[in-house]
Write a protein that binds this ligand. Sequence first.
Ligand SMILES: Nc1ncnc2c1ncn2[C@@H]1O[C@H](COP(=O)(O)OP(=O)(O)OP(=O)(O)O)[C@@H](O)[C@H]1O
Length: 335
Amino acid sequence: MIRIEALTHVYPGRRRQPSRVAVSDLTLSVPDGTFTILSGPNGSGKSTLFRILCGLSVPSRGRVLIGGHDLLRDPAAARALMGVVFQNPAVDKHLSVTENLSIHGALYGLSGAALRARMDEALAWTDLDGRLSDRVDTLSGGLARQVELAKCLLTRPRLLLLDEPTTGLDPASRRAFLDALGRLRRALGMTVLMTSHIFSEAETVDRVAIMADGQLLAHDTPQALRARLTGDVVVIETDRPDALAARLRGDLGAGVIRHGDDLRVDEVPGGDAVAFLERVLADYRPEVRGITVKQPTLEDVFIHVTAEARAAGRGGVSEIPRGPTSAEEQQESAA
Ligand SMILES: Nc1ncnc2c1ncn2[C@@H]1O[C@H](COP(=O)(O)OP(=O)(O)OP(=O)(O)O)[C@@H](O)[C@H]1O
């Protein structure tokens, strides 16, 4: 459904601001009827890529095909296949659910019985039953997002593009939104591409694409990505991350990733994470505030591949700032 070929996007520099490569020679295919999550740290180029896919930005180089239509040469045909849910609300919160959908339908030439039929069809995927006459600003955040989804389904898109659609939703609303997307994909064979920072969302999709510094670092099933880390991960909390990381590297030969203020060792020397934990506690106890051994999750894989790429010089920074959604992840695991 989507073919991205050698795509590069450079923001030109201005005065003292240098030009910036936001997407760099990126090639990616999203097959028909699949649900893909595009993830990456802040500034990795997701929004730039998303804007290009929606036709809002023109790339510096490369080609994008949507359903076989070249997005640059035949934008109308390519865009006719897609529905887009942006991060910022695109519904009028002072109008009711029905009014929002009617106005959007009218923009696409739908009216009367045809419009009502399309509205019923689109709303069937949501939990908005019984709230159709309510103003959007009286709905919960989760239901308001579902209005956006229903709005975009009115035109029966074959491809749904969503930019962090669940940001700010509580775990239950987030789950309800993702469930609706999953049902759409299964029942209508719709292709879904969604950007997200929330790794628990990626566990159930078909494919996960990981970007950093404008490049595609990995694109695989969640299972295959998880299989990249074979052993347990040791996470160390410390007040002196740089000093402790240097000692663990020097003394124990451990590959240490700094993630925020935590240190992570996901390929433990000798392969025995518990033995490694005991060694760290025995030798560096005063510097360790907390230490955990855990099975790898998709977030761990993400941290691993991003660090690997940066170590290989594709980035330029050796540490990974903690993602902005860790609070949401914590909220989710607490729920
Ligand atoms: N309008 C712009 N002008 C110049 N540089 C830009 C512009 N928009 C983005 N960038 C730069 O391009 C790079 C990629 O940014 P982009 O917003 O696409 O990343 P992102 O992965 O979506 O980040 P986030 O998760 O924070 O939204 C960053 O270095 C950013 O500073």
